[in-house]
Design a protein around this ligand. Sequence first.
Ligand code: B4P
Length: 283
Amino acid sequence: MSRNLDIKVRQCYTRAVAQGALLFTESSISKHREHGEVFEVRFVPALAKKPSNRPKGSANPFLPYDERLHVAKLGSTHHLLLNKYCVVPHHLLITTAEFRQQGEPLTEADFSAVLNTINNLTSRNIVFYNSGDNSGASQPHKHLQVLPMPEYMDVPPSIGIWLQYDSPSGQVHTSDQLPFAHYGIVLDQDQQQDPVRLAVAYKMVYDKLTAAYGTKISYNMIMTKTVMMLFPRQHSSWNGIAINSLGFAGLVLTKTKEEQELLDRYGILHILTCVGYPRTNKK
Ligand code: B4P
């Protein structure tokens, strides 16, 4: 696959919208400054009235997938699909070709599909994985997601705060600056290109997470080309505000005025600490 993946994504998106296969929902954005970083709150009142995307019965939206949402095959193991219910255009899903359980640890094949996608797109993206019942995941078939990063954003704000700590590549670090538990690693050039090395980096971070919280822990993973971070989760939402991996990146979605007010009153870092775990020196 080459850089014409950009063109493929755009063409497939335009066609899928025209066919009614993809349902884009309008939203408005406000910016919240906390700890010197700009967090994004996306208000989507239309989603408050919509039924949940959670699967009913045994229907699996990724096996079989809707051909009209299919962008590309990623080797023999994964597919690149458009997100059917997006609030940001060109939001992509990387799904396993065969059924695997969402929440299984990520593999070399998963990371090969990720690199095959982001290294062939010209846009900057946030890759994320919602793992486990408390992580915000709604579909049980294994999938990662790729969201174009907002143009005004250099790095997701959580990563920005974490990077205020001088983090050498190759080691897993936590920062005193983030109030919630997290484990992060700066990816070197090789890890940015080689799925085997990237999988090793993930394993290092995952091992720290599971050593502290056990292998059954729900967690969120966010990744840019240069950083990967994992966050343990104990609740999927706080006072009705659902938080997935994007929330931990610093991009929060709200569906009602009440949620907006709560968020203004308590702040995003506080809410993330409630749905995650408070950072302790021990962990
Ligand atoms: P999951 O990992 O299971 O859950 P999720 O992204 O948190 O989305 P959820 O479904 O819980 O929706 P929510 O109201 O929180 O991902 C499953 C993905 O598969 C979803 O993205 C879903 O849309 C997609 N899907 C379902 N059926 C499909 C089908 N037949 N074909 C293809 N894709 C299918 O959030 C609503 C939407 O906003 C979600 O897309 C979510 O990813 C996105 N979102 C949430 N926060 C956001 C933010 N801050 N900025 C931008 N987008 C955001």
